[in-house]
Design a protein around this ligand. Sequence first.
Ligand code: NAI
Ligand code: MG
Length: 358
Amino acid sequence: MKKQIVLLPGDGIGREIMESAKEVLQVIAEEFDHTFIFHEHAIGGAAIDAYGEPLPEETLKASEHADAILLGAVGGPKWDDQPVHNRPEQGLLKIRKSLGLFANLRPIKIIPALTHASPLKEDIVSGSDILIIRELTGGLYFGKPSERRNNGNSVVDTLSYERYEMERIIEKAFETAMTRQKHLTSVDKANVLESSRMWREIVDMKSNEYPEVTVEHVLVDAAAMKLITNPAHFDTIVTENLFGDILSDEASVIPGSLGLLPSASVREDGVGLYEPIHGSAPDIAGKGIANPLGMILSAAFMLRNSFGLDAEANEIERAVNEALEQGYHTADLQVKDGTLVSTKEMTELVVENLSTRS
Ligand code: NAI
Ligand code: MG
């Protein structure tokens, strides 16, 4: 299989961990006889420094022609005094919008070797494997009007959705649930919001097309509680933009480290942008100690989700689990009696585990 992959290392530790993902992908390409062609471009603060803007035309053009995009992270104190429209994160918002990436996917999986790292009790988190699908283009964050009124004494934000925006994310959720445990939790606030009542109607209509998928409706407040008291209950969760923003951040603390979690923003044809959920970690940038596993697992997620390369993705995940089970960890992970390693060393451990597969 031949694929064009755009690499956007971005800022801070983004540059260090992108090297790790690239190395792992190169080994996978060799072992499984694929050709991955990498195109590296600037985004975020690095792009502001080189081109004067966070998303240069050249980066966008290359991304439009890519089969998938890998992103490190953007931002840092160096660009804090940039005007809002020219800040590093605008690069990320603009690329998601320009490419029509409407679905944000966040897998949250407890890695067996790290069950004890969770802030929750081991017997509660053990076995948790959740995928949160968040709508990215509609809802409160984009609704108009959004303004102060009455001399600043009233304020309005608007929660608005088009039917097609709900339909495409809900369709995506059913399709994805079919590839998992076929258990879909739709989260809304249908006891209060009209938008949630329309959402629920569409979920119920779609469920007729997917008789194998078990669907449950859960109110967002109840879902927030259940994520903490019984995360293992969930399989695939789908929800609108604001609820998804909050629930996915809540769920991301369950595994115990930011440095381990991948994410994706995708559209119908499978093209997607894959990135670890953490930021550019300016406090540790350049020290060679960042955890590369969230970035490496983002590459695995890309192989599975955009290219359909399940065996290859499983292989990377197995190699990562093995390194952790062998007791190796980066500084962000609290591991009893483990061996502390650098970004490069952790990458080499994963690569070695790949090469010695049985
Ligand atoms: P952050 O995720 O960069 O860092 C939070 C804490 O976690 C820091 O102590 C950091 O050292 C640690 N950390 C994060 N990733 C790590 C890794 N892979 N290995 C080891 N330790 C890790 O969040 P923060 O500090 O709020 O933001 C820093 C910058 O990143 C800001 O400019 C922010 O805007 C940007 N950011 C960018 C994101 C993106 O590109 N998608 C997402 C979140 C923040
Ligand atoms: Mg958020």
